[in-house]
Ligand binder design. Structure first.
Ligand code: ADE
Length: 228
């Protein structure tokens, strides 16, 4: 799989591209991660990537031309194009699984007060990582790239992914490691019992309890509560 990010702030991705998950996946050939500077595709000697909005209003708007020129330089017939924007559809683990199947993903980061709406016409979809506004789409692109790359077969143990929050429509059960007693706070006895059936049942029950407590909306959506 290949992920290409189109951005006006390529320097933001330096440390991200060097994180162990990505560096390892790149070294083993599972993944290619590429960052493209939209400014390199801006016409004129000033290479302006933004301009003031038609109709007036505060701030500047990301121009359509450099973005589309950058996209045309990287896209292939199998490319899936995602625009990051607070007005996009909410990002979920389900969407991460769907995107992990793509051969080539292009993530377009907005910036300034917004982007020229004609950029949307070149995307397969608009995605938001939450109901808040970031300065640019770069952090959102990192969130999506990270969550997608760890699902690419071979980059993580399938078992670890299966047991995580959201994978079964529930939050993940609580985990503990040594010591068994920390300042009187004890690890639940069942986890020390060696009874794998009892441990599985306890984990399922705890996952349900935490979900009910913290994210009852997930139970409404999945019907997992009725199945238990
Ligand atoms: N750009 C700015 N805010 C964003 C958000 N919440 N999600 C995706 N892209 C964004």
């Amino acid at each position: 799989m290949k992920i290409t990010v189109l951005t006006i702030c390529p320097e933001q991705f330096g440390d991200f591209a060097r994180t162990p998950l990505i560096a390892r996946a790149q070294a083993s050939g599972l993944l290619a991660f590429e960052v493209v500077d939209i400014r390199d595709f801006a016409p004129g000697s000033f290479r302006a990537v933004d301009d003031s909005p038609y109709g007036g209003g505060a701030g500047m708007v990301l121009r359509v031309e450099p973005v589309v020129r950058a996209l045309e330089a990287v896209r292939t017939p199998s490319t899936r194009v995602i625009v990051l924007a607070p007005s996009g559809t909410p990002y979920t683990q389900k969407k991460a699984h769907e995107l992990a199947k793509a051969e080539h993903l292009v993530l377009i980061c907005g910036h300034f007060e917004g982007m020229d709406a004609r950029i949307w016409d070149y995307a397969d979809e608009l995605v938001s990582i939450g109901d808040y506004v970031l300065t640019g789409g770069e952090l959102a692109a990192m969130v999506i790239a990270d969550s997608v790359m760890r699902l690419v077969p071979g980059s993580m143990k399938a078992e670890s992914v299966r047991e995580e929050s959201f994978e079964q429509g529930l939050l993940e059960y609580p985990q503990y490691t040594r010591p068994a007693d920390f300042c009187g706070k004890k690890v639940p006895d069942v986890l020390l019992s060696g009874d794998h059936g009892a441990i599985r049942a306890w984990r399922q029950q705890e996952a349900l309890r935490l979900t009910r407590e913290r994210r009852p909306d997930l139970l409404g959506e999945t019907g997992a509560e009725e199945e238990s």
